[in-house]
Each structure stands twice: as C-alpha cells, then as structure tokens.
Design a protein around this ligand. Structure first.
Ligand SMILES: [Zn+2]
Length: 259
C-alpha cells in the first residue's frame, strides 16, 4: 500500500476516535449518542472549528474556546490511539478466507469496540452492553477463519464457554467485586472471536498484566489492596496482543507449557 493510504487511514482513525469519545462518555450514562457535542465545563455547543480530531485540541492548547477551562486529555489521546491502532491493525492483523478487504474493515470496527470498552471500563467501571452486542455481531463474521461452516460456529460456541469459564469462576468467588459480569460477557465474546487456545492466551495475558499493574499500584501506594481495578482494559490489552503477535505468542506458550 502507498504511504498516502496509511496517512489517510490514520486521519480516518482519528475521526472515528472522535466519535468513539462520544460513545465512551454517553453510553455509560445512557445518554443519546445523537446531538451536538458540548464542552464538559460550560456546556457550550462546540462549533465545527472545535471538532477537528487532534488538531483542535492542540490549536486551542487543550482549553475550551468559550470558557477557557481545560479539556480532558482523553479526547486527543483516544483520537491518536484510534488513528495509530487503525494503521497498526491494517498492517499486522491478517484476516483469512474470502472478502479480505471487507474483513479488514470489520477488524477496524472490532478494534473500535475494544477502544470504547477499554476507556469506558477504566473511566466508569462499566462496559456498555450495546458495545458488547455490536462486538459479538462483528465476531460472527469470523474474520480470522478461512472458511465458515456450521461446525466451526459450534466449535466457537464451545470455545466461548471455555474461555469465559475462568473469568466466570472469579466473578462467582469474588461475588462480582473482582470481576464484573461485563468482564464475563466480554470473555465469552473473546473466546468466540479467537477460538479456545488463542482466547485462553488472551485471558492469561490479561491476568498477568492485571496482576503486574495491581502490584505496581500497591507498591507505589496508588491503590489499596481492597480497591477495585477495572479488568476490562486488561482483557482488551490481552486480545490486542494476541491479534498483533499471534504467531510469536502461540509458540512461546507452547514451549513454556509443553502444549
Ligand atoms: Zn467550555
């Protein structure tokens, strides 16, 4: 692909990221996703000059044009992350089978869902059900399978339950305080999307990353032992790592555990 394609894809990603910011903040509050964006501080409706992804934030030096209050760094960060992840996913995530270009766009939509889940769970401790429904619908296309058969769907339903099991178990023994039911549903979708082995690797990576983060936060006294850390962002990180580095991860796991 020529470099101009990737520049366009990056800019397209930042524009989608701008829309994802709207979903991130409105879905957990059950607000309508239609309607103009407003300043979080003064409520002034934002004009077209305020809505350029990344550019508006830097041009206004992170402040609202109308009230001069600081604008959350989340907005440019999500826009930047979406732009970069779109380019990175296009290069590194290879779909299989027929309709590859369509599948590439399905993968971008799947990545978008993961970005919304990551940020809304980190910020509000909530994974919107509507995003889970969209993510599951997209995973029905099975973009990483060369051919789709009824048998494969059956396999993936089994995989979904197997991958969900450890998260469901923790949800039960912590009575929902360690893992929310949103995490259980997300693990189910991950199993369906990736299959048993890769799905379990994603969950495993999520536990490792979550554990490391927990130790880090407690060591630096940023959190207390009993305080709750959202698990969704780690699940998302686990899935993205598997999608980006599938081959390498599978062989490392196989040699580590003699599978
Ligand atoms: Zn304002």
């Amino acid at each position: 692909m020529p470099i101009i394609f990737y520049i366009f894809l990056f800019l397209f990603g930042t524009a989608i990221g701008s829309f994802l910011n709207v979903l991130i903040d409105r879905l957990p509050q059950e607000e309508s996703i239609m309607g103009r964006s407003r300043c979080d501080s003064c409520g002034h409706v934002l004009g077209w000059r305020d809505l350029f992804p990344l550019v508006s934030y830097f041009f206004l030096m992170g402040k609202c044009r109308y009230c001069n209050k600081k604008v959350s760094i989340q907005y440019p960060l999500v826009e930047l992350a979406t732009g970069l992840l779109f380019v990175f996913s296009w290069v590194h995530i290879q779909p299989l089978g027929t309709g590859l270009i369509l599948k590439k766009f399905i993968i971008l939509l799947i990545v978008s869902c993961f970005i919304v889940i990551f940020v809304s769970d980190a910020k509000y401790h909530l994974i919107p059900d509507s995003v889970q429904v969209v993510l599951f619908s997209l995973s029905l296309f099975l973009p990483f399978s060369s051919e789709i058969t009824a048998g494969l769907y059956l396999d993936r339903i089994v995989a979904a339950f197997l991958v969900m099991a450890p998260v469901f178990f923790l949800h039960m023994i912590t009575r929902g305080r360690g893992m929310g039911f949103g995490d259980v549903k997300l693990a189910f979708i991950i199993g369906f999307l990736l299959g048993t082995l890769e799905g379990l690797i994603a969950i495993y990576l999520a536990f490792v990353l979550g554990g490391l983060m927990g130790i880090f936060l407690i060591l630096f006294k940023l959190k207390k032992l009993k305080s709750r850390i959202a698990f969704g962002p780690f699940l998302v990180a686990g899935v993205l790592l598997v999608l980006f580095y599938k081959g390498a991860l599978v062989s490392v796991m196989k040699s580590m555990y003699g599978l």
